[in-house]
Design a binder for this molecule. Structure first.
Ligand code: F6R
Length: 368
């Protein structure tokens, strides 16, 4: 049942506050983060000296977000890597390496092989998975389940937000075990996370506006996505959603790379979606993105700007402005991704495509 929606994906987009709340539930008890479904002790977590996050597609983008948060909170080096690349190079792994394998289905062949490779090298593997008893959690040392519920749409939406939240829990558990954050700081971070379902609920009030923008962009040949810091993986995710659903050429760029090549793509009428950092949280990055947007607008691009509510500086340079609530910088992907999902789905629908079953794609990719 699509619950009165044109397509399942929209229903699943609207289930995101609940998916987040369910994923966080039960993981903060008596003032401590508990990863209760995991079989890793505090001592195991203390011994970790390096983290690899491996996954494919959208799950990989959640890993890219995790890198910013886990490094910041734990001061451990973190690499996020495509599972299909990780296993065919010769990653340096040992007993003190933690490999976080993220997979909605828990059956993705590349991710499973990365898990097997990591365990052969004696690394410890923690799976983040949405499917009870799937192969990847079965072969991992420990598992943290996302509780997003079954996802029918082929394109991952609510499971992405749940994966990001689960990664944050892993980061906070590591920070707590290592003592890089005091207990009251961990408690505050968890409290900020717990406020995110309501923040996502607030973004959902922009769905109609974003669908309207999507209909206006449906005839475009290509769309570019720009972001910086945690906004960069959000840009990659926006581009992936548009490729897979609307069969359009879409690219996500780190905004700082614009001058190193991609600016040559800018031409009159080209839609460019930009994720603005918070003006309060990361003022320097905010200023840099403002100048990026001015440059692309001066070259005639059509700017679709996702920015914090009350950020008046973007108004003059935004052809379309989508407002998101003000949240801590590291948590911004949880709100900024939502309009990207809606935009891709609506462009696809306007072009006459089946949003829930894009061509050539399967929900779980069990061959390499
Ligand atoms: C994109 C999408 C895919 C999956 C990828 C990994 O919308 O759904 O990119 O994210 O195939 O799948 P899982 O998470 O099942 O390993």
């Amino acid at each position: 049942e699509k619950g009165g929606h044109d397509y399942f994906m929209l229903k699943e987009i609207e289930e995101q506050p609940e998916a987040l709340a369910n994923t966080l539930r039960g993981h903060f008890v008596d003032g401590r983060i508990v990863l209760d479904e995991q079989r890793m002790s505090d001592q195991d977590l203390r011994d970790v000296d390096k983290v690899f996050v491996v996954a494919c597609g959208t799950a990989y983008h959640s890993g890219l977000v995790a890198k910013y948060a886990i490094e910041h909170w734990t001061r451990l080096p973190v690499e996020a890597e495509l599972a299909s690349e990780f296993r065919y190079r010769d990653p340096v792994l040992d007993r003190d390496t933690l490999v976080v394998a993220i997979s909605q289905s828990g059956e993705t062949a590349d991710t499973l092989e990365a898990v097997r490779h990591a365990r052969e090298q004696k690394a410890r593997v923690l799976a983040i998975c949405n499917t009870n008893g799937a192969q990847i959690p079965r072969e991992s040392d420990a598992v943290l389940y996302t509780h997003a519920g079954p996802e029918i749409g082929v394109a991952a939406t609510k499971t992405f937000l749940a994966q990001v939240a689960a990664n944050y829990l892993v980061g906070l558990a590591l920070a707590q075990a290592r003592g890089t954050k005091y207990p009251d700081e961990v408690a505050r971070e968890f409290e900020a996370l717990s406020a995110m379902p309501a923040a996502v609920e607030q973004v959902l009030s922009t769905v109609d506006q974003v669908r309207e923008i999507g209909r206006e962009l449906a005839e475009s040949k290509a769309v570019l996505f720009l972001g910086r810091h945690v906004g960069y993986p959000v840009a990659l995710e926006g581009a992936l959603k548009l490729k897979e659903l609307a069969y359009m050429h879409a690219e996500g760029f780190a905004a700082g790379e614009l001058k190193h090549g991609p600016i040559a793509l800018i031409e009159p009428g080209l839609p460019v979606v930009v994720v603005m950092p918070s003006p309060k949280g990361r003022a320097v990055l905010h200023a840099k993105l403002l100048s990026n947007i001015s440059e692309i607008q001066a070259r005639g691009a059509r700017t679709i700007v996702i920015a914090e509510e009350g950020d008046e500086t973007v108004r003059p340079i935004a052809d379309h402005l989508i407002e998101i609530p003000s949240v801590p910088t590291l948590l911004q992907p949880l709100v900024a991704t939502v309009p990207m999902q809606v935009l891709a789905a609506e462009i696809a629908r306007s072009r006459g495509y089946d949003v829930d079953k894009p061509r050539n794609l399967a929900k779980s990719v069990t061959v390499e």
